[in-house]
Write a protein that binds this ligand. Structure first.
Ligand SMILES: C[S@@+](CC[C@H](N)C(=O)[O-])C[C@H]1O[C@@H](n2cnc3c(N)ncnc32)[C@H](O)[C@@H]1O
Length: 322
């Protein structure tokens, strides 16, 4: 992979163009916002047992490969306190996959001059794209993690997109600059906070990833009405990490299943092969059983048999996700 920033950006652009993932309205902003400027030198790469630290200094080719392709990049693990210096257990901040960033911006339908609130600053790449098109003075972004907020505030100033970076819990929105024409969240919620609806002008749009213990992969697009309510459709997939206080402990079998447990046994005529790991089905079941997580184990001999465990979890837990 090339370390030439211009060539790298062009490569990413070509990948997005050929996938039809670079909306016309955002093309100029994308070209004016090289992604590598927002990715820290130290990132995290997926490993069999979690995340391993990856440094631009020691593995420049891998770093550039990650930056210049259409994938997400984990930029923080374990809320900034990794389990070991070079090993993390779960991701807590990332640069979102560029095609997803652009799809969400397109769905947000934000026009130059509108005031936008982003919840989940992360690397600042999304905020910088918004600033390129709407003007930095019209963009406010909220980040709950003080270290990330400080770093990204400096980055955005350095690259000439001095958007307002607020260090706070974004669940409360940011009242001082409300009302907003648009609110966009880049972390997943289980419930849309009332504050977001109150801080969006009538006719304005709230776009947020949404999920629950059963299924966390949906994008919700709400329009706010004059009477203070909001409604709208789920528009597609949006695999995001949780907002900090919305995290779900998915549970482990070891916590739930113990020697001597006696199961209730029943049978069903349903074909279970079509019931787990299929987007629409998972979504439909998940809204019925929001507090249940599932784990599927396929037979080692690849005979097609599998076991699914359903675990009743407490969504209010504050332990980290798995
Ligand atoms: C997927 S990353 C955001 C990606 C980012 N928009 C970008 O362009 O790089 C999610 C971010 O949301 C932040 N976050 C989680 N819970 C939050 C909360 N309650 N309020 C504000 N930010 C939050 C995380 O710390 C993390 O940085």
């Amino acid at each position: 992979m090339t370390a030439d920033p211009a060539l790298g950006s062009k490569r990413l652009e070509t990948e997005l163009e050929s996938a039809g993932a670079l909306p016309e309205a955002w093309r100029d902003a994308f070209r004016a916002t090289p992604r590598h400027l927002f990715i820290p030198d130290e990132v995290w790469s997926e490993a069999s047992d979690g995340w391993r630290r990856l440094s631009r200094l020691t593995e420049p080719d891998v770093w550039w490969e990650m930056v210049n392709r259409d994938g997400y990049i984990v930029t923080q693990v374990d809320d900034g306190r990794p389990a070991a210096p070079d090993h993390g257990e779960y991701s807590t901040s990332s640069a979102t996959q560029p095609s997803l960033v652009l799809r969400m911006l397109d769905e947000l339908n934000a026009e130059p001059g509108m005031r936008v609130l982003e919840i989940g600053t992360g690397t600042g790449y999304n905020a910088a794209l918004l600033a390129a098109r709407l003007g930095p003075e019209n963009v406010t972004t909220v980040e709950v993690d003080p270290q990330l907020a400080d770093r990204t505030r400096r980055t955005l100033a350095r690259v000439g997109r001095p958007v307002r970076v607020v260090t706070a819990d974004g669940i409360a929105g940011h009242p001082p600059h409300a009302p907003y024409d648009r609110i966009i969240a880049t972390a997943s919620v289980q419930r849309v906070p009332t504050a977001w609806i109150e801080q969006t002008r009538p006719g304005g749009i709230i776009l947020t990833p949404w999920g629950n213990a059963y299924h966390n992969d949906a994008l919700l697009r709400l329009t706010v009405h004059e009477d203070g309510t909001a409604s709208g459709p789920f528009t597609g997939r949006a695999p995001f990490m949780w907002m900090r206080d919305a995290r779900v402990l998915l549970g482990t079998l070891g916590d739930e299943v113990h020697d001597g447990d006696v199961p209730d046994v029943s049978t069903t005529d349903l074909d279970l092969r079509g019931m787990f790991g299929h987007l629409d089905v998972d979504f439909a079941i998940g809204v019925q059983v929001p507090g249940v997580s599932w784990h599927r184990f396929d037979a080692d001999d690849r005979c097609g048999a599998f076991t699914v465990w359903l675990i009743d979890v407490d969504p209010a837990t504050d332990r980290g996700p798995r």
